[in-house]
Design a protein around this ligand. Structure first.
Ligand code: BT5
Length: 263
């Protein structure tokens, strides 16, 4: 990754400091270390390659050299720990906008943390928090965007894709990072004004990939099916069950799948 992100960034705080790493285990791990040492709100850690890229729930994230954006943003929001999971949704909106601005694509969001282009995952988000009692010390928002891969390992072939594979074009990663950071500021401000998703619900639901479709919710307590109806102001997903009752699914230990496949 070229060190010109700072030069093209047009933001007040997002990316105020950019730490570049050629290779690291995980930018989330490195960002946590920096946050513990007092790195300010808006510090961005970017790596060219991760050898221990992390997904949610102990899963791994494929992060080959030079082919994607592997970055983590340190946030220090003054909100309750209960609201922190909504930041994942705010970040998803920011990536969606950044990709539209730079690559001209209409990606969609798979609640809570995936971006989908033509039915395949092109971005995943992993938000981790450090807190004491009800106060957030910091949040590390990890974002992985597949940019120029031409193929994926066998086990990811049917679910993953890159901007290049979907558009046939190669995009400069620095431009994508800058556009995403600009959108982060825009949506973060809207989020912080109310401390919840109320100012962003319409936008989010308008981009939800499985809105009004049947989904399968995989929760630690078991699996169930229903129709996805969009998010609430607290970021939960509303699912209508067969008997007409509604369930609010809280993000965290939950994955949502299409009934016939990943989306
Ligand atoms: C995620 O988890 O989607 C969160 C991914 C976050 C990655 C970023 S990169 C920068 C920062 N540093 C890190 O260490 N992590 C963050 P989850 O919803 O659990 O999805 C993980 C699953 O996605 C895996 O089990 C695979 O099936 C699939 N997967 C792995 N690598 C992928 C890739 N490059 N593109 C698309 N899908 C992938």
């Amino acid at each position: 990754m070229d060190k010109k992100i700072r030069e093209i960034l047009n933001t007040k705080w997002a990316g105020c400091e950019v730490v570049y790493l050629d290779e690291t285990d995980s930018t989330n791990v490195q960002a946590r270390k920096l946050a513990e040492e007092g790195a300010p709100h808006g510090t961005l850690v970017v790596a060219d390659r991760q050898h221990g890229g992390k997904g949610r729930l102990g899963r791994s994230w494929e992060s080959p050299a030079g082919e994607g954006i592997w970055m983590s943003l340190i946030l220090r929001p003054e909100i309750s720990t209960l609201s922190a999971s909504m930041l994942t949704l705010v970040l998803a909106l920011a990536v969606e906008k950044g990709l539209r601005v730079v690559a001209g694509v209409d990606s969609q969001i798979k609640w809570p943390n995936d971006l989908i282009l033509n039915g395949r995952k092109i971005c995943g988000i992993l938000t981790e928090m450090s807190s004491s009692q009800m106060d957030i010390q910091y949040v590390v928002a990890g974002i992985g965007i597949n940019v120029s891969q031409r193929e994926f390992p066998e086990e990811l072939k049917t679910i993953a894709s890159s901007l290049y594979m979907e558009t046939g074009e190669l995009f400069e990663r620095e431009r994508v990072v800058a556009a995403v950071m600009e959108a982060v500021e825009q949506f973060y401000d809207i989020f912080m004004a109310t401390g919840d998703m109320s100012g962003l619900i319409e936008r989010y639901n308008g981009r939800l990939v499985n809105m009004n479709q049947e989904v399968c919710v995989l929760a630690p307590s078991g699996e169930f099916r229903g129709i996805s109806r969009g998010i609430t102001s607290t970021g939960s997903l509303i699912v209508t069950m067969e008997d007409g009752t509604e369930r609010e699914v809280i993000s965290g230990e939950v994955s949502v799948r299409g009934v016939y496949g990943y989306v």
